[in-house]
Design a protein around this ligand. Structure first.
Ligand code: DX5
Ligand code: ZN
Length: 217
């Protein structure tokens, strides 16, 4: 079991001090910066869009892991690539032609990610797994930070890990929602590679120290 890739979510940052918080991430053991885009249609909340992603990118010294919780994501993939995305994750539930979308993300030179809502079975990715660089398993219903972790996620991680091993793909498993120091060791044991953490990092007294704590798991 290797060390987790830590991707703090700036959704829980102080938006009035984004530069300060991004610089804190630059100086921490964070590996990626997770950027949550919500359109108010796919999810019942609006976060921020392309100009804010650009502003984060201007100060970030780490890869932007952009999680698109939006309908018809194909319309904006190029714009988010231009805004600094290195990982571009779309939702399975929002893509009618997922295979085409994945090829397009790769043609932009980004890593292609697919996120699954808690109710979506991992087996649905069997036929596209070889084309997916990262699967983001939602461990809360997307739309808000600070929700509690859904325990069934461990089963999904195990099932997905088995599928990945069986196909010989090198797809990374990312967990997003309610991640903390209690569930992180179990997630890593089950086969996770990337841990997203919003509230647990930014609401702690020492965010950089908390990132170090997750990295040491
Ligand atoms: C939820 C977002 C998450 C969120 C995680 O819709 O996709 O990335 O920021 O926040 P926490 O860690 O607070 O659950
Ligand atoms: Zn996210």
């Amino acid at each position: 079991m290797s060390a987790p890739i830590i991707a703090p979510s700036v959704l829980a940052a102080d938006f009035a001090n984004l530069q300060r918080d991004v610089e804190m991430l630059n100086n921490s053991q964070a590996d990626w910066i997770h950027v949550d885009i919500m359109d108010g249609i796919f999810v019942p909340n609006i976060s921020f869009g392309i100009p804010v992603c650009q502003a984060i990118d201007k100060h970030a010294q780490k890869p932007l892991d952009v999680h698109l919780m939006i309908e018809q994501p194909d319309r904006y993939l190029e714009a988010f690539k231009e805004a600094g995305a290195e990982v571009l994750t779309v939702h399975y539930e929002a893509c009618t032609h997922l295979h085409r979308t994945l090829q397009f993300i790769k043609s932009l030179g980004c890593k292609a990610g697919v996120a699954l809502n808690p109710h979506t079975n991992v087996q649905l990715l069997k036929d596209t797994l070889a084309d997916i660089d990262l699967v983001c398993l939602m461990s809360v219903n997307p739309g808000f930070g600070g929700q509690s972790f859904i325990e069934n996620t461990y089963n999904k991680v195990k099932d997905l890990k088995e599928m990945i091993n069986a196909t010989g793909a090198d797809t990374l498993i990312e967990i997003d929602g309610g991640v903390n120091a209690q569930n992180a060791p179990k997630l890593m044991e089950a086969g996770a590679d990337v841990l997203v953490a919003g509230s647990f990092v930014f609401k702690s007294a020492d965010p950089a120290g908390t990132i170090g704590e997750l990295k040491a798991i």
